[in-house]
Design a protein around this ligand. Sequence first.
Ligand code: ACO
Length: 325
Amino acid sequence: MRNSIIAGTGSYVPDNIVSNDDLSKIMDTNDEWISSRTGIKNRCISIEENTSDLAYEAGLKAIKNARMIAEDIDLIIVSTITPDMQMPSVSCMVQKKLGAVNASAFDVSAACSGFIYAVDIADSMIRCGRHNNVLVIGAEVLSKSVNWSDRSTAVLFGDGAGAAVLKADDNKKGILYALTAAEGDKGQYLEMEEKPVISPFSNNKGTNINKFITMDGKQVLRFSTRVIVDAVKEVLEKTDESIDDIAYIIPHQANYRIIDYAAHKLNVDCSKFYLNIRDYGNTSSASIAIALDEAFRKNKVKKGDKVILVGFGGGLTYGAILVEI
Ligand code: ACO
């Protein structure tokens, strides 16, 4: 039986660290409000680098850690909602920068669940025999889409990229189960960069276009707390695993309160969740991938460990994956 394993990971964040105190100098906010409601203390904000630059750096590290070279990669999937431009895709830009001449490449858009969607696609491609070595990247420069005069969203987000190389393997380990889901009827609760039809033939004058991230925080909180619990429970049920056998749950890093709630509902200690939101804020597509790479680098996860990755966000979408390291 052909499976896919995580052969290597990598991550990269801009070196410009912006603290809550730094933000309080440019908007009416404070460290107490931000940290008590979200768990965020710092985030990395790009000065010059765009999404493809971060994606490239993370991808390069993942390839190196997988003991491969760029030419070994036969597919690149980038999850992003903040591409450098609409066309070409970030994945094609990364292919060019890496010199991954044997890879096909495309982007996926599933916001904060995007890395889960992309890993699921990569795993399916490997299982069906179409590809052997897939580079999956979650990368965002959200700072270019944040409304810096809206304190209710501006304090939440950060920039960064994380990557994993998935490789074909014949052992019964690696990606063991994946689920993805969408509730498009709730899409209006989290929106960004509206693109209405404007042409000489339309009546639209292009006024009042929403360029930035807008969020109904309470609705998103309601959705996120529900689906993170449901998704983890489904993974455990479908795979006959007990939560005690899971070394770590690596969630999308949106908000500490969501994790606190999920831990309570799943009857586990918060320490079961790998968290780094304190240092990076919410990096959307990149957050799970950065956390996974960090967990490897800090030896928090080791060979044989079972880990659940779980994402939720814009769309609204969610998804979860059980992986044996
Ligand atoms: N600093 C200081 N005060 C603020 C700030 C800020 N940055 N932002 C809002 N406030 C004020 C508001 O103006 C409001 O003041 P008022 O009562 O005088 O009107 C007060 O704080 C409360 O505002 P709420 O929006 O009701 O704050 P809430 O307690 O709901 O917390 C939060 C907001 C943290 C975003 C919450 O809704 C939440 O946790 N949502 C979950 C969704 C989430 O985390 N989204 C992240 C992105 S989406 C994703 O990744 C899935």
